[in-house]
Design a protein around this ligand. Structure first.
Ligand SMILES: O=P(O)(O)OC[C@H]1O[C@](O)(CO)[C@@H](O)[C@@H]1O
Length: 525
């Protein structure tokens, strides 16, 4: 079946959906049976539960109609087979190919893309093994015990979030740190605690041109020169991860280079060499492989055209209803797992840099809302921070809870009749119900209206495999929403203007306009 691209407001099933505004309340599925029947397998041992959403059977059927009319599964299959989906950059979109081959081979310019990605990951596996076995050592003969990733955006957020998610689960073979901000305090704070002789730096930049990353690379090299360590050679303490078309490709200033390519967007690159290098060096390649396995399971489940059996599609379509019919401008991701402390930050880039667009894939200005604002913090901490607004604020903000039955570290304490993990889970359950059902009080200041929708992604334990499935769940949700909104979710023109103006400020040339100059003078640049 050929795929057709239509703006959301031209689609018949959307117009039907709009009529449901205001007549659905949270609660239709809030019964013991309804909760059990609202679970969808999300892969990697995870399930997605939508019982506490504003949803009923009729709405599910209408969301199914919209997904079908926007051909979201056909478009997913086309993406998997190498169709040019990234129209803004005239590129294929192949991040799922780094973890599985779900719709045939993709051959580009005579190269089997899947085999290319596998070959790079196998090179990383071999390199990481040699580092961990001290067959590859630092320039002064000492084995490496630390890795430091230098990168920003997708070259930092996803890999960092995944590293922190597993740091307590699998004792790192090498301790990882991350330098991302051009703020010199970021690099200095990391460097001040390092033994440079036992540290391997991973320079990660898909484009090879990102100002912050190149500045931090030079910062690290200069600092190591100033350390004046006898026999120290910075080039023996750095590897590069970049695209084959980048200026960094084949650099002789690094020990080795590992590649991804232009068909993997930075915010979707955690399962490529961008995440593979640091995670394999830190935990061993077998742990990274488990991440790939979980992501691949989620990708396969996302092929199901039945919304009731496709967790990322159900999540996506409910999000469309909340954004475009109920008019909610933002959504919060609330992981009840401290290990996922930076996962919401990764999702901010992945979702907002993908669907924070106001023109269609054909560059036509849109007349409807698109990507929501994403924020979030781990629970229970968020409960002592912004939950007041979530419960009693004037805006309703749909919530995406994430929870696990077991903690990662097998050590707990029974205090006042419950363990800490039981307290964590009890708070999670309490919040879902409090938001959904509220609590009436004649004192309006103490009244909880309820009717605040939430979903729950639940797993047995946060492992490498469940983490991979979680990552892919949200990637596929964003992809489906982009198809429904008829966006190009895979370029990011909106970040270019800031880069141009920053360069003007730094050049200080006569072309700097008076406003730039005015602020530049204020900061004494
Ligand atoms: O990996 P690179 O090319 O250094 O880019 C870093 C980040 O900058 C952006 O291009 C713009 O923010 C992101 O999409 C990307 O993840």
């Amino acid at each position: 079946m050929s795929i057709q691209f239509h703006n959301l407001d031209t689609v018949k099933s959307y117009k039907t959906l709009l009529k449901r505004a205001g007549d659905i309340k949270v609660g239709s599925f809030l019964t013991a049976e309804g909760i059990q029947n609202s679970n969808i397998d999300a892969g990697g041992g995870l399930s997605y539960n939508y019982a506490a959403k504003a949803v009923d059977e009729q709405l599910i059927s209408q969301l199914q109609d919209l997904a079908d009319e926007q051909q979201v599964i056909e478009k997913y299959k086309a993406l998997l087979s190498g169709t040019i989906i990234n129209t803004g950059e005239n590129r294929m979109v192949l991040h799922q190919l780094t973890r599985g081959e779900l719709n045939g081979k993709v051959v580009y310019d005579g190269k089997d893309q899947r085999q290319f990605y596998i070959s790079q990951l196998k090179r990383i596996q071999s390199f990481a093994h040699k580092v961990q076995k001290a067959e590859i050592k630092g320039s002064t003969g000492k084995p490496f015990d630390t890795v430091v990733q230098i990168g920003i955006g997708g070259s930092d957020l996803g890999p960092r979030a995944l590293y922190l998610a597993l740091e307590n689960m699998s004792t790192p073979l090498l301790k990882a740190h991350f330098i991302s901000n051009v703020d010199p305090d970021d690099a200095n704070a990391v460097l001040k605690n390092l033994n440079l002789e036992t540290t391997l730096f991973i320079l990660v930049s898909k484009s090879g041109t990102t100002q912050e990353t190149l500045a931090n690379r030079n910062f690290v090299i200069e600092k190591s020169r100033q350390a004046n360590i006898s026999g120290f050679n910075p080039a023996a303490h750095m590897i590069a991860v970049t695209s084959e078309t980048s200026p960094l490709a084949g650099s002789s200033d690094v020990l080795d280079s590992f590649y991804m390519d232009d068909f993997i967007g930075g915010r979707y690159s955690s399962t490529s060499a961008v995440g593979g290098a640091v995670l394999s060096l830190a935990f061993g390649y077998d742990v990274f492989e488990q991440i790939l396995e979980g992501a691949s399971e989620a990708d396969a489940l996302a092929l199901n055209s039945n919304i009731k059996k496709n967790a990322s599609l159900m999540d996506a379509m409910l999000g469309i209803f909340e954004r475009n019919v109920l008019g909610y401008p933002s959504t919060a991701v609330l992981p009840y797992s401290q290990a996922l402390s930076r996962f919401p930050a990764h999702l901010q880039q992945m979702d907002m840099e993908s669907n924070g667009k106001s023109v269609s894939r054909d560059n036509i200005r849109l007349n409807y809302s698109t990507g929501p604002v994403i924020f979030g913090e781990p629970g229970t901490n968020g409960q002592h921070s912004f939950y007041q607004l979530l419960h009693q604020g004037t805006d309703i903000i749909p919530l995406q809870f994430i929870g696990f039955k077991k903690s990662q570290i097998n050590s707990d304490l029974d205090y006042e009749g419950s363990t800490s993990q039981q307290k964590l889970k009890a708070n999670l359950v309490a919040q879902v119900v409090a938001f959904a059902r509220g609590s009436f009080s004649s004192n309006t200041n103490k009244n909880f209206e309820g009717g605040r929708p939430s979903s729950l992604i639940l797993g047995e334990q946060l492992t490498a495999k469940s983490l991979g499935a979680l990552l892919a769940h949200f990637e596929n949700k964003v992809m489906f929403q982009g198809f429904v909104w008829n966006l190009n979710s895979f370029d990011q023109e909106g970040v270019q203007l800031g880069k141009v103006l920053a360069k003007q400020v730094l050049s200080g040339g006569d072309d700097m306009d008076v406003i730039l100059k005015g602020f530049a003078d204020l900061l004494e640049i």
